[in-house]
Design a protein around this ligand. Structure first.
Ligand code: UT7
Length: 323
């Protein structure tokens, strides 16, 4: 018997306000046509000014608990992937813990920017496999609208706000790829590339800062590194493209998503795509896509899923799981 961290619940939350591409035409030298053709993005959600990351995360968490038929105190841990926590400290995760009314277990944040959810999922898997927790809520939640420079058309049209959550539970499998749950993970980072995607402020500099990106450079790394990490994660358990039901990629740019799928030898009808409606929600993008993909009827129990993401650091990775 082999312990597997298995998905038993999923949910998401998107802020009410939807901003169409055309809205940026009023204030910037840009167009719906440019944004759509260069990124695939058509609209995104922005949080209300009183709405914080932990609030979005809590709503996604409640939806996941409902989906699993659980109460907050049935969880042993909460891991929140975010780069836009409400406060410098405490963690967004402890705020979610409180807002859920969870009075036991432990909660902490993981910060790996757009790759955050993959890193959090891998950490939650390790907690479960090592016996430190039986049920872990893994949330990706962001309010990137708070770190946009609204005069920088090369970045501010690309990002959005939102949250998605999964609940993982320790279940027994027979140790084969037919098991449900997380089957393989692959994490990477290379700090030499930290200056192509970063925020030009931070606590230690007594500022908040804005997101800065050399888009073309990030793009160049993205397709190559995403395909490589997905192949590595699949290779660790001898899977090939034919075994995969769904690629659920980080949703930054449709051209990156298509380029990566092509390199992996997977047709586009096996890729869950939400970038047109959400924009790039950083660590929230994969759990949002998993939740929306399930609601659309794309993702079904037993499906073999490969998630992959890359972001600031650079940090990138992939997780293979059977839903
Ligand atoms: O989630 C973390 C990972 N992030 C990513 O994966 C993002 C990776 N990068 C990208 O998605 C793309 O590089 C972008 C969507 C950011 C940009 O697409 P691109 O095809 O690489 O365009 P570019 O940056 O090379 O810009 C092409 C032109 C430039 O004009 P010139 O210098 O050729 O005259 C830009 O100034 O497009 C211009 N431009 C815009 N034009 C209209 C840049 N932003 C805009 C805009 N509207 N919003």
């Amino acid at each position: 018997m082999t312990t597997r961290a298995t998905v038993i619940g999923v949910g998401h939350y998107l802020p009410e306000r939807v901003v169409e591409n055309a809205e940026f035409e009023k204030t910037l030298e840009t167009s719906d046509a440019w944004i759509k053709s260069r990124s695939g993005i058509e609209r995104r959600h922005f949080a209300h000014e009183d709405e914080t990351t932990s609030m979005l995360a809590t709503k996604a968490a409640k939806a996941a608990l409902k989906d699993a038929g659980l109460e907050a105190d049935d969880l042993d841990a909460i891991v929140v992937a975010t780069s836009t926590a409400d406060l410098t400290f405490p963690s967004a995760a402890t705020m979610v813990q409180d807002q859920l009314g969870m009075t036991r277990g432990f909660a902490f944040d993981v910060q790996a920017v757009c790759a955050g959810f993959v890193f959090a999922l891998s950490n939650a898997n390790a907690l479960i496999l090592s016996g430190q927790a039986n049920r872990v809520m893994v949330i990706g939640a962001e309010t990137f609208s708070r770190i946009m420079d609204w005069e920088d058309r090369g970045t501010c049209v690309l990002f959005g706000d939102g949250a998605g959550a999964l609940i993982l539970e320790a279940q027994e499998g027979d140790g084969t790829n037919a098991d449900r749950g997380i089957l393989s993970t692959d994490l990477n980072s290379d700090g030499r590339h930290r200056d192509i995607l970063y925020v030009d402020g931070g606590v230690s500099q007594r500022t908040t800062g804005f997101l800065r990106m050399q888009g073309k450079e990030v793009f160049r790394h993205a397709v190559e590194k995403l395909a490589a990490t997905a192949k590595t994660a699949m290779g660790k358990i001898n899977l090939s493209a034919e075994d995969v039901d769904w690629i659920v990629p980080h949703q930054a740019n449709i051209r990156i998503i298509n380029g990566t799928a092509k390199k992996l030898g997977l047709p586009l009808d096996r890729v869950v795509v939400t970038v047109q409606d959400h924009g790039n929600t950083s660590a929230a993008s994969i759990p949002l896509a998993l939740s929306v993909g399930k609601d659309r009827g794309q993702i079904k129990q037993g499906d073999l899923i490969v998630t992959e993401a890359i972001g600031g650091g650079l940090a990138w990775g992939a997780v293979v799981l059977r839903w």
